[in-house]
Design a protein around this ligand. Structure first.
Ligand SMILES: [Zn+2]
Ligand SMILES: [Zn+2]
Length: 246
């Protein structure tokens, strides 16, 4: 065992003793701080998307049909035609370890290593690997003050660090305070509530670039779609990466 790894494990064990962390999913104990608030078993039981999944090539919706790899680029769900991004992908469905990690990220601005690694994997797959600059979906300033941070920015910064892609948190702003999306809102209500909410403040920084928008959850795609619509004229292309798909 490498010395650094040994120290890491010792530190992990010490931290677990001092701050025992109960798994947010099963209540068991979390043994590595790299796993965040979820135990290893629950991470292993959580579904993540991989190259074997058949997805709507554009919005990333999971398809029930299994299609041979050569035909995957032609798969469309039929609900995302008007969305202005090129393609959206998520690490996996909004459940298990991914759901628990997203909820934790709303409380504490920290991305556990295990989550960051999944995000990097998703970013390095086709077609997201074409992106040149990472942009977090902005929160309205009032909301950011309320929470103390923007969780999308925390994710984007970590992905930038791991991927080596530049990170731009200033070019895109959210200038209207949109109503919080509630579970009961349908796709149209969500779309209406964020339409026109985003604007590009510094076009030169993203002009002609392939932008990867980063957010925590993709629900109906309304937020990502509205943000992509605002920057598509400045950018050459817009991709979207979220931790989970609801
Ligand atoms: Zn667990
Ligand atoms: Zn779709």
């Amino acid at each position: 065992m490498r010395l650094s790894l040994a120290i890491d494990r010792t530190l992990d064990a010490a931290l677990t003793l001092v701050y025992p962390q109960a798994c947010s999913v099963c209540g068991g104990s979390v043994e590595s701080r790299h796993d965040g608030v979820v135990c290893d078993a629950c991470w292993k039981a959580t579904r993540v998307f991989d190259d074997g999944d058949t997805l709507c090539w554009k919005c990333g919706a999971l398809s029930v049909a299994s299609v041979p790899e050569v035909r995957r680029m032609s798969i469309r769900c039929g609900r995302c035609e008007t969305d202005t991004y090129i393609a959206a992908r998520a690490c996996g469905p909004y459940e298990g370890a991914l759901r628990a990690s997203i909820l934790q990220l709303k409380r504490k601005p920290h991305v556990p290593h295990r989550l960051a690694a999944l995000m990097l994997e998703a970013q390095q797959r086709d077609p997201l690997n074409d992106a040149e600059v990472i942009v977090p979906v902005p929160l309205h300033a009032d909301r950011e003050r309320e929470r103390g941070f923007n969780q999308a920015l925390v994710l984007a910064r970590e992905l930038s660090r791991l991927s080596g892609l530049p990170f731009d948190q200033h070019s895109v702003v959210r200038h209207t305070h949109t109503e919080r999306h509630r579970a009961g809102m349908d796709a149209k209500a969500r779309r209406d509530s964020v339409e026109g909410a985003f604007a590009v403040r510094h076009p030169p920084f993203i002009k002609g670039k392939k932008v990867l928008l980063v957010d925590d959850v993709f629900t109906t795609g309304a937020t990502a779609g509205a943000c992509a619509a605002a920057i598509k004229d400045a950018a050459e292309a817009v991709f979207v990466l979220t931790i989970a798909r609801a």
